[in-house]
Design a protein around this ligand. Structure first.
Ligand SMILES: Nc1ncnc2c1ncn2[C@@H]1O[C@H](COP(=O)(O)OP(=O)(O)OP(=O)(O)O)[C@@H](O)[C@H]1O
Ligand SMILES: O=P(O)(O)OC[C@H]1O[C@H](OP(=O)(O)OP(=O)(O)O)[C@H](O)[C@@H]1O
Length: 212
């Protein structure tokens, strides 16, 4: 058996989909892992150890090598800009990053934009040649235009339900988002066999994979 792979797993909605994908790929994960409050979970049956992280911190653990690989949304990768390898587009947790406003939005100068993704938003509006003030929030971003904190928000849209329920409109989709498998640069060389085997297994069951 090869070396134990340390996997940074995002807690929350991605974990549910990622663990399902791992199971479909024939990787044994005991059922009780899903409901556990433990943060470091050895999975000897799979020769892995899961590190249960806040989604936004996954690239940090992987860059520093305390996790060999990790699973993370493309949104977080683009925001965090960490020095990691992106190995696979897993095709799960699909949504999009969009610019959102009230229906009666007006173009203006010095717009205020609220978002959980200040780097992404700043880059986007700079490329558009628009001068904006970016305000970082940590959740319930849709509140900002409703109560007058910002003219626009940059946030994720999946079903569109949150926008509908709050009377907001999607002005522009900036990029599509799915979860990615990332690796630490050194681990990728030192544990190449283990990582490659995992990639091969996942590739066969990822959404969109051609089943043989
Ligand atoms: N509808 C959606 N809204 C937000 N994120 C989604 C959605 N669908 C898929 N995702 C993906 O899930 C990730 C966020 O997961 P989750 O909502 O569990 O965590 P979080 O809200 O960032 O963290 P926390 O709740 O710990 O603050 C995003 O980075 C994105 O890649
Ligand atoms: O298009 P929808 O299917 O409605 O999904 C999009 C919503 O989901 C996310 O919020 P999340 O549930 O992570 O809550 P938070 O950002 O307020 O923490 C995102 O920030 C949107 O608000």
């Amino acid at each position: 058996m090869g070396e134990v792979l340390k996997v940074a797993m995002p807690k929350g909605r991605i974990y549910k989909k990622a663990s399902q994908l791992f199971r479909e790929a024939g990787i044994f994960i005991p059922d009780d892992v899903d409901d556990s409050r433990r943060l470091v979970i050895p999975i000897p049956e799979a020769n892995m150890e899961f590190i249960m992280a806040k989604p936004v911190d996954v690239p940090t653990y992987v860059e520093y090598g305390v996790a060999d690989i990790g699973i993370v949304g493309k949104d977080v990768l683009l925001e965090e800009n960490r020095d990691v390898y992106e190995l696979l587009d897993l095709g799960i947790a699909r949504c999009r990053m969009s610019v959102i406003a009230l229906p009666d939005w007006k173009p203006g100068i010095h717009l205020r934009v609220a978002t959980k993704y200040p780097n992404v938003a700043t880059r986007y509006f700079r490329e558009q040649g628009e001068q904006v003030e970016v305000i970082k929030l940590n959740g319930s971003i849709e509140l900002a235009p409703l109560i007058g904190l910002a003219d626009r928000i940059v946030d994720m849209v999946e079903t569109g339900q949150t926008l509908k329920d709050n009377g907001l409109v999607e002005r522009e989709s900036i990029f599509g988002i799915t979860s990615r498998l990332i690796a630490n640069r050194v681990s990728y060389r030192m544990k190449n066999n283990e990582i490659q085997e995992l990639c091969d297994r996942l590739e066969k069951v990822m959404p969109g994979a051609v089943k043989s």
